[in-house]
Design a protein around this ligand. Structure first.
Ligand SMILES: Nc1ncnc2c1ncn2[C@@H]1O[C@H](COP(=O)(O)OP(=O)(O)OP(=O)(O)O)[C@@H](O)[C@H]1O
Ligand SMILES: Cc1ncc(CO)c(N)n1
Length: 268
């Protein structure tokens, strides 16, 4: 019997639909993966920024994970916004009991610049969650925090990817160059080789949730059995199409278009 790929996201919400759990589930659906979610925080946010945050009690986060893991197969999972250390602790506990691929998006601030995790929780994230990751997907400010080094150019990006694996213990690191000028280039270090993923930069402000969409697509492809390099390569094509076909929605940084990849197929 054919096995359905099953992927789980553990993250915060975005009622405006561009980032967080909503972006993750849209991505899973678009990539024909059975999607599941554990909500850590309910966030009142939209394209202009974060208006309010309500944290789900720790017991309830634990119970949501219990509901999923006691009944459903989880072939891969991702974490996004985990607001504080107590939440991180229960997630670490759960992660130690599963052999699912684990994609860690080390979310710290929203595209709008609003903080999404407590300052004090960052060290715990780096020291306890990072070493459990199959792959971690920091943007430049997040990679700078993890390594403690400033990133100015692509050589710094590559060095950060190696250091996050060799020194901080992730199995692989994908450092995203979305915040540099010029083409949108990301580097994956898998413990052996540095791989490059390249796309041209689109002149758009619709980048709300690009990181969530990218890491969810990697999670989806891992659940389908693709090796890491292939999963990232396909996910890069997915997020690039989602940015390219994004629509001007909202007054701030608009969302990406999760069915952008379908538009690509129509155009080809
Ligand atoms: N304007 C753009 N055109 C093309 N690709 C882009 C653009 N901006 C970002 N990217 C790509 O989008 C992906 C997500 O990267 P980015 O660095 O924006 O993530 P992030 O900052 O974590 O996202 P988020 O806004 O969700 O926090 C990367 O592959 C990056 O290279
Ligand atoms: C819930 C959530 N997770 C991640 C991001 C980063 O884009 C966001 N804006 N909101």
């Amino acid at each position: 019997m054919k096995q359905i790929p099953c992927a789980l996201t553990i993250a915060g919400t975005d009622p405006s639909g561009g980032a967080g759990i909503q972006a993750d589930l849209k991505t899973f659906q678009e990539l024909a993966v059975y999607g599941m979610s554990v909500i850590t925080s309910v966030v009142a946010q939209n394209t202009t920024g974060v208006q309010n945050v309500h944290h789900i009690p720790i017991e309830m986060i634990k119970e949501q994970m219990q509901s999923v893991f006691s009944d459903m197969p989880v072939h891969s999972l991702k974490t996004g916004m985990i607001a504080n250390e107590s939440m991180m602790r229960v997630i670490v506990e759960q992660l130690s009991k599963t052999d699912a691929y684990y994609v860690m998006d080390p979310v710290m601030v929203a595209t709008s610049g609003d903080p999404l995790i407590a300052e004090e929780a960052r060290d715990f994230l780096k020291e306890q969650l990072l070493p459990l990751a199959t792959v971690v997907t920091p943007n430049i400010p997040e990679a700078e925090f993890i390594t403690g080094q400033k990133i100015h150019d692509i050589n710094d990006l590559k060095a950060a990817a190696s250091e996050i694996v060799e020194k901080h213990g992730a199995r692989a690191a994908l450092v995203k160059g979305g915040h540099l000028e010029g083409d949108a280039v990301d580097y994956l270090y898998d413990g052996n080789t540095i791989h490059t993923f390249h796309s041209k930069r689109f002149d758009t402000t619709s980048t709300h949730g690009t990181g969530c969409t990218y890491s969810a697509a990697i999670t989806a492809y891992l659940s389908k059995g693709f090796p890491l390099y292939e999963a990232v390569n396909k996910a890069k094509q997915f997020v690039t199409a989602a940015i390219k076909h994004s629509f001007p929605l909202g007054a701030g940084n608009g969302p990406t278009n999760h069915w952008g990849i379908r538009e690509e197929r129509v155009e080809q």
